[in-house]
Design a protein around this ligand. Structure first.
Ligand code: NDP
Length: 247
């Protein structure tokens, strides 16, 4: 139970990768706040699964792209828990389309959720983490932020932006014993990738040296390492969890 006594917030913790991260951090002993925006039933099932295995979890719904809502919710969390030790900026969406057809609102929605959301949540936890002289911020980026992908200009730009945010905050917060890192997953089996056609999936597998799509647990493992004591001397870095598809 190496995270016993620690409090964690996982944005987008109700499904997919976020769900696996919540379960993993709770298993390590952390009290986990599960953020989501609309999927109450899914979030409740994560909370109940954690409680059933003896862990601690609570729901914290808010839209990460909404500065007022995220600020208020995180303030409430800190007042209730008395601390915030781990923030995982995992909430993310896609609004794919080729450049010529990509609407401005698709650009804005993805940038607001995937990049501005991480900035807002990091800002909201930073004061408390600085006071504690302890914190771990982990941003879930993507292979697409490094390699690019046609049809995902908004998503790739937001994810590449997260890497810059990670490095800037790592430098800014290091003197207060707060580490800031990114995990960049490749193609992971979740609802986000469920829409892939069979042929597209087969093609992807051919491009992955390990020849399989990843699991949410693979990503959660990297997050657990960065959040735990073994990750304490790592900051400003990205761990790629992609089966070798980008090196
Ligand atoms: P899912 O679509 O399965 O889950 C997304 C989660 O984010 C849900 O819990 C959703 O909650 C939440 N969410 C969405 N918008 C908001 C918002 N505005 N505020 C708060 N919560 C929100 O995604 P994945 O698990 O596949 O992806 C998780 C992260 O990993 C994302 O950042 C994604 O970009 C990244 N990633 C995923 C890859 C993959 O192959 N799956 C590959 C590389 C990176 P609700 O249901 O309530 O909307």
């Amino acid at each position: 139970m190496i995270l016993q006594g620690k409090t964690a917030l996982v944005t987008g913790g109700s499904r997919g990768i976020g769900r696996a991260i919540c379960l993993r951090l709770a298993k390590m002993g952390a009290k986990v706040y599960i953020n989501y925006v609309s999927g109450l039933a899914a979030a409740e099932s994560v909370r109940d699964e954690i409680a059933a295995s003896g862990g601690q979890a609570a729901l914290l719904p808010f839209d990460v792209a909404d500065a007022v809502a995220s600020g208020e919710a995180i303030k409430k969390l800190i007042a209730e828990a008395g601390a915030i030790d781990i923030l995982v900026n995992n909430a993310g969406i896609t609004r794919d389309g080729l450049l010529a057809r990509m609407k401005e609102e698709d650009w804005d929605a993805v940038a607001d959720t995937n990049l501005k959301g991480a900035f807002l949540c990091a800002k909201a936890v930073s004061k408390q983490m600085m006071k504690q002289r302890y914190g771990r911020i982990i941003n879930i980026a993507s292979v697409v932020g490094f390699a690019g992908n046609p049809g995902q200009a908004n998503y790739a730009a937001a994810k590449a932006g997260l890497i810059g945010l990670t490095k800037a905050l790592a430098r800014e917060l290091a003197s207060r014993n707060i580490t800031v890192n990114a995990v960049a997953p490749g193609y992971i089996v979740t609802e986000m990738t469920a829409a892939l056609a069979e042929e597209a999936r087969a093609q992807l597998q051919r491009e992955i040296p390990l020849a399989v799509l990843g699991s949410a647990q693979d990503v959660a493992g990297a997050v657990a390492y960065l959040a735990g004591p073994d990750g304490g001397y790592i900051t400003g870095q990205t761990i790629h969890v992609n089966g070798g598809m980008y090196m």
